[in-house]
Ligand binder design. Structure first.
Ligand SMILES: Cc1cc2nc3c(=O)[nH]c(=O)nc-3n(C[C@H](O)[C@H](O)[C@H](O)COP(=O)(O)O)c2cc1C
Length: 373
């Protein structure tokens, strides 16, 4: 089976099934000497964990990371970094009734159609729990990126049909995003969305949403055209997250109805000298900034030096309590009501996963940029 690892120079492989003994990751290619400890990884994992109530599952997962290799006295060694997190709090019995029936909207039938076998307990690798390995690997990538001053912040921009004001509004408040259960940067919108989510929970249903992300202090020139463009790799990384259904950059899909004169960002002199990662601008190239950022920080697959801004759409989680029509393993009709402790909206838990995947892409491109020019 392919597809378990990601990246070219800075690579991450995730392993583990939802209800197996453990999940985790192996990060390879992280340079030596990066400050890293268990606490850093624990902090990121705590933001992904369920059990907080509100829109997310009431499952208790303690998510205690153990670094098995690649770190010595608080610094990376340059060798593979293996991190495991034991699975606790799993109630596999919740899934007994599901082993012979395909959940609508989930990966049950497609896995069987391809591999002929699947771990039905907790969804196996198609579980939100698989993202533990991503977040642990992302914590390593973030530690590497922070040495360059690069910051990555994501938040829930939209949930259950309620849209929070974006960064262009005065009321946008990222500190607020870490205070409410939806991780929305606007308290009133979060409260309204949470009420709707409670209604949906009562009706045995679930809600979709959008996670927005902004990367600051990104130097210009990150990306490897033509097949490993910055936006192409970010889209790949984001769409590999369960329940992600779309990605847009800057003006995104609204560009379809803009004119060129409305879409183009005006090049202006850069506020301070702008350097390429690991070097300076080539001789004769002026330092340029942009008066707007409708491009979302990427032109021609290369970072512009403006903040990288993108949004990821997440569908409503498929495991819902209300009755749905489906088919069983004999092909017969069934009515399914899915028990268990499922997320009603994945967005608040997807926020650290989006940040982690962005960190993995950027760490990899930063390493590649050292050899590609
Ligand atoms: C952080 C996170 C938590 C999730 N929690 C649930 C859940 O509680 N119940 C569920 O049915 N799906 C959940 N999902 C979504 C499924 O993993 C996903 O829908 C499934 O693997 C099918 O893949 P697809 O939706 O990408 O096609 C979650 C996804 C993420 C990223």
């Amino acid at each position: 089976m392919g597809g378990n690892s990601f990246g070219t120079l800075f690579t991450a492989l995730t392993f583990g099934e939802s209800h197996g003994p453990a999940v985790g990751c192996v990060v390879d290619g992280c340079p030596a000497g990066v400050p890293l400890d268990t606490e850093t990884i624990r902090r990121d994992l705590a933001r992904r964990r369920p059990g907080a109530g509100g829109p997310v599952s009431a499952r208790r997962e303690d998510d205690e990371p153990e670094i098995l290799s690649g770190v010595f006295r608080g610094k990376t060694l340059g060798t593979p970094i293996a991190i495991t997190v034991r699975n606790g709090g799993a109630r596999s019995s919740d899934y007994d009734a599901l082993k012979d029936v395909y959940r609508p909207g989930h990966a049950d039938w497609t896995w069987e159609a391809k591999y002929g076998v699947r771990d039905y307990r907790g969804g196996g690798r198609s579980s939100g729990r698989e993202t533990v390995g991503r977040v642990a690997a992302g914590a390593v990538a973030r530690a590497f990126l922070s040495g360059f001053g690069i910051g990555i912040r994501a938040w829930t921009g939209e949930a259950a049909g309620f849209t929070a004001p974006g960064p262009e509004h005065e009321s946008f408040n990222l500190d607020e995003a870490e205070r409410n259960a939806l991780r929305m940067p606007h308290r009133e919108t979060a409260e309204r969305a949470l009420l709707e989510i409670e209604n949906l929970r009562g009706a045995g249903d679930s809600a979709g949403g959008v996670v927005a992300c902004r990367v600051s202090a990104l130097p210009p020139g990150l990306g490897e055209p033509v097949f490993e463009k910055l936006d192409a790799l970010i889209a790949h990384a984001m769409l590999s997250i369960g329940a992600a259904k779309g990605v847009e950059f800057g003006a995104g899909f609204s560009a379809a109805s803009l004119k060129g004169s409305q879409m183009n960002d005006r090049p202006v002199p850069a506020p301070a000298e702008t350097a390429l990662p690991g070097g300076t601008l080539p001789p004769g190239v002026p330092a340029i900034g942009f008066a707007e950022n409708r491009a979302g920080g990427v032109l021609g697959g290369l970072s512009t030096g403006m903040p990288l801004e993108f949004r990821v759409v997440f569908k409503p989680p498929p495991s819902i309590a209300r009755a749905q029509e489906t088919r069983d393993r004999a092909g017969g009709p069934r009515i399914i009501e899915i028990p268990g402790r499922h997320d009603i909206c994945v967005c608040p838990r997807a926020v650290p996963v989006v940040e982690a995947m962005a960190a993995l892409v950027l760490a990899d491109l930063l390493l590649q940029s050292r050899v590609s020019r």
